[in-house]
Design a protein around this ligand. Structure first.
Ligand code: FAD
Length: 487
């Protein structure tokens, strides 16, 4: 072998060994997102230390037996499938194929979420977190530490300080991820770094959780495979099923104002509030008045930040990067999508973090902003529109048109919930265009009686084609203009 060849081989070996020495990564926060991230990073060969401020919930009860349940949908399932956890999670999950709306007079209406085979799934947030922790601990490259609160970060070198009991330990690493949730400490510390933009806004509503127990024989008191809503315009109650036959309910109500958590302080007023607005739920709920009087309402807020990655050393993920309101049931799903797409970027950019971080920010922020906006808008859909006949009719027409022309029209809810490869930002943009079109259809005289007639769908088709042609025209005008400016 020539000297030149040997030198080339040695340089290649050095480069290979450098490439194989994967960066050590610290993750702050072993919630669902931080734990999923740990598994994904470890499977890409990165040694991961995962620090959680709370005790291990599998050993010490921290939820007082009442962890909330949340809706897992296709984006979340795709991420779980990628790490092989979907089947385990599905064993405890309950399919919800429809919304069931409970009117003030007790009348019940239903709306399917998608096609017959589509559903969102009620899962326990604590349960899925624990299943992820079990999996993370099986990864040889993951070390999980509980009772360790992140208290400081050095954004220049990704080292972080964690407090355990009264001791502070400084942990060095090559990279740090803040997966420490909506109240993220990493994000708060990042606000002290140069050029970090931060925007937080509160929603008028706050929430408390209530409970509908199972019947004595363990059966459900209402339809099991549904998400139940009591839409009351300015406020609403929702209920998701649990495997033990109970439902976890959430009451969303203004924090302050005429009818609000702040105004309802007297027991008699609270009783009257429930009797007036939720009479049909009263026989089902367990001690709603006591619960209302005793509980402190939790606020709802949205957070947007920029950048998501600082100095190519520290990045935010999950709620730490994009806290949103829960009205689209997408917060955790979006966080899981962050992790899955980050994993793809690691492979695509061959562990070159100077490329991964900018790509991660470019790909994820626009989509997190979009779902944050959609989630905010969806309060009106859930609390007000879902109780209106015209809105339910609009949804039926959209579903029928989708059945006839699946390539031309997918309802917004399905784009967000059942189209995991469609970016949220595109769902938002397409949804806005579709909304304008469907509003024209809803203006057809007597649409309530003729909505199944063919001419309605012919007109819808024409409107869709007209928009499509306009778009093509705009595109070619833009192309021409670009061509001219290059001349
Ligand atoms: C009422 C309600 C209903 C919701 N419904 C849905 C739904 O139907 N579908 C859906 O997809 N999403 C839903 N969400 C949102 C979902 O709960 C969150 O998006 C999800 O929990 C985010 O996961 P995370 O791991 O990013 O953050 P978290 O779940 O908040 O986890 C963060 C972890 O970091 C730890 N931590 C915090 N600070 C520190 C620190 N300083 N050091 C170390 N560790 C720390 C915390 O203890 C926690 O374990 C809902 C949220 C609410 C409030």
């Amino acid at each position: 072998m020539s000297l030149t060849q040997r030198m080339l081989d040695s340089a290649k070996a050095k480069a290979d060994s450098k490439a194989n020495a994967r960066e050590n990564i610290t993750i702050a926060g072993a919630g669902p997102v931080g734990t999923l991230l740990a598994v994904i990073l470890a499977r890409h060969g990165h040694p991961v230390k995962l620090y959680e401020s709370r005790p291990d919930s599998r050993i010490k009860s921290i939820y007082q037996g009442k962890s909330i349940n949340i809706a897992l949908s296709d984006r979340g399932w795709l991420a779980l499938e990628a790490i092989g956890l979907d089947k385990v999670v599905k064993q405890q999950a309950i399919a919800m194929q429809k919304r069931v709306m409970h009117a003030v007079d007790g009348t019940i209406t239903e709306q399917a979420y998608g096609t017959e085979s589509q559903a969102i799934w009620s899962v326990s947030r604590a349960g899925i977190n624990e299943q992820l922790l079990d999996l993370a601990e099986q990864e040889p490259l993951v070390e999980v530490k509980f009772d360790q609160r992140l208290v400081d970060v050095d954004f220049n070198n990704a080292s972080a300080s964690f407090m355990h009991e009264q001791n502070i330990e400084k942990v060095s690493a090559d990279l740090l991820f803040g997966a420490d949730g909506a109240y993220s400490k990493v994000r708060r510390l990042a606000q002290e770094t140069p050029r970090f933009s931060y925007n937080q806004s509160y929603m008028p509503q706050s929430y408390i959780e209530l409970h509908i127990p199972a019947n004595e024989d363990g059966s459900f008191k209402m339809a099991k495979n549904a998400l139940h809503i009591w839409p009351r315009k300015k406020f609403m109650l929702i209920a998701l099923p649990n495997p033990d036959g109970s439902f976890t309910c959430t009451l969303f109500l203004d924090f302050q104002g005429e009818v609000s958590f702040a105004s309802l302080t007297e027991r008699a007023d609270v009783e009257q509030f429930f009797e007036t607005h939720f009479a049909d739920a009263m026989p089902l709920l367990e001690n709603p008045i006591d619960e209302f009087m005793e509980k402190t309402a939790n606020p709802l807020f949205l957070v947007k930040v920029d950048p998501w990655a600082i100095n190519e050393k520290v990045a935010l993920i999950g709620d730490a990067a994009h806290a949103m309101v829960p009205f689209y049931g997408q917060g955790m799903n979006c966080g899981f999508e962050d992790c899955r797409e980050l994993g793809q970027l690691i492979a695509e950019h061959h562990h070159d973090w100077s490329k991964i971080f900018p790509a991660y920010q470019a790909q994820r922020k626009i989509n997190a902003d979009a779902i944050t906006e959609l989630a905010k808008r969806n309060f009106v859909e859930m609390s007000e529109l879902s109780g209106q006949a015209s809105f339910l009719l609009q949804k039926k027409i959209e579903a029928e048109f989708h059945k006839r022309h699946p390539e031309l029209w997918t309802p917004l809810y399905s784009m967000v919930t059942f189209s995991p490869h469609l970016p949220y930002s595109q769902a938002l943009a397409i949804g806005d265009i579709q909304q304008e079109i469907i509003q024209q259809i809803m203006q057809i005289p007597n649409i309530e009686s003729c909505w199944q007639d063919d001419f309605v769908y012919q007109k819808l088709l024409q409107l869709v084609h007209a928009v499509f042609n306009d778009k093509q025209k705009n595109l070619s005008i833009n192309k021409q203009q670009q061509g001219q400016s290059h001349d």
